[in-house]
Design a protein around this ligand. Structure first.
Ligand code: SF4
Length: 331
């Protein structure tokens, strides 16, 4: 048996469900009962390792043969661009994860991403040799103190391993960053700039409070703050600015160093507000409740969605229009 996100199961034809957007990556979950204790995660020790729950998503399990057939059929129809295997931390479990990667590679010709709590270069090498096209080592927290508080351990150590892997496997590393855990936008910005320079792909997540976790009472990030960070990551990765262009006020981003019309032009396609991460990864409803605010659009935005997203970015940077821009620039 293997667990799939609910949306993936629908995309593979294993269950019937109406979804506005189906996943373009097949999300598989390996392992039960993570040995880590992240304060935001339902698989953590203190959350009682709720089986079949990760993030907002339910992960029902299906026989491996049915999953294999579903993957082949969805790939033939062009419904999938990638497979993502998410593995929880089970000490000594890396061989089983590598074996599953090999089997998936035999089953279907799609690029494979693995998101796993990798602890060494040797472990990363094992996964790449087993067939992973990309490997994600999740940082989750953008600031050392938040990492220590909610994940335990040292962000710098994890970042060093990620950077070392990025040097050994250039352009093949990804990471996950959760916005809204209490870090400042300035801390996210500095980290994003480093990751972009090292050609590490970032999947931005909005913190989502989950019942049963120690952070269940914490609020998700302000929509305007999340939009600013999405815009920032888009502009950084497309080379439109660098961290020295940015201005902050008490840690909050107040200027990209671009005027309003240039910013509108650069962000006007709406891509900045779509889900980012490995190519083809759209993670529908990973952060969103149906009908609620859409942090990461799993599909291209329509014109009114683009206008709304741009308005959020612009109002929060230039709340009083052009006059405020001049004010910020002259400070
Ligand atoms: S960015 Fe998407 S495909 Fe890549 S590891 Fe994360 S969830 Fe998987």
């Amino acid at each position: 048996m293997i667990r799939l996100s609910l949306g993936t199961a629908a995309q593979l034809g294993l269950l019937k469900m109406r979804m506005e957007s189906l996943p373009t990556t097949a999300y598989l979950l390996h392992g039960e009962g993570c040995q880590m204790n992240c304060a935001f995660c339902l698989q953590a020790r203190d959350a009682g390792r709720q089986p079949g729950r990760l993030g907002r998503i339910t992960w029902p399990s299906f026989p491996q043969e049915e999953v294999a057939a579903g993957l082949q059929q969805a790939a033939r129809k062009g419904l999938l661009q990638r497979i993502c295997l998410q593995a929880v931390y089970e000490p000594g479990g890396s061989k089983a994860v590598a074996e599953l990667l090999r089997r998936l590679k035999d089953v279907v010709q799609l690029p494979l991403s693995l998101s796993a709590p990798v602890h060494s270069i040797a472990e990363a090498a094992l996964y790449f040799e087993a067939g992973a096209e990309r490997l994600s080592i999740a940082l989750d927290a953008a600031a050392g103190e938040i990492y220590a508080l909610y994940k335990g351990g040292l962000l710098q150590k994890r970042l060093r391993l990620l950077s070392d892997c990025a040097r050994l496997w250039p352009g093949r590393m990804s990471t996950h960053l959760i916005c809204g855990l209490g870090e400042t936008e300035a801390q996210v910005a500095l980290l994003l700039e480093r990751l972009v320079k090292e050609k590490i792909t970032v999947a931005l997540f909005a913190f989502t409070p989950l019942k049963g976790t120690p952070l269940e009472q914490r609020l998700p990030p302000e929509p305007a703050s999340y939009r600013r960070l999405q815009a920032l990551y888009y502009l950084l990765r497309h080379g439109h600015l660098s961290a020295k262009d940015l201005r902050f006020d008490k840690g909050r981003l107040i200027s990209f160093g671009l005027d309003e019309s240039k910013l509108r032009h650069l962000l006007g396609g709406g891509e900045a507000f779509q889900t980012c991460g490995c190519p083809g990864c759209n993670r529908p409803y990973f952060n969103e409740r149906p009908g609620g605010f859409i942090y990461n659009y799993p599909r291209p935005l329509n014109q009114s969605e683009i206008a709304a997203a741009l308005t959020l970015v612009q109002r929060s940077l230039f709340p009083w229009g052009e006059k405020s821009r001049e004010f910020f620039y002259e400070r």
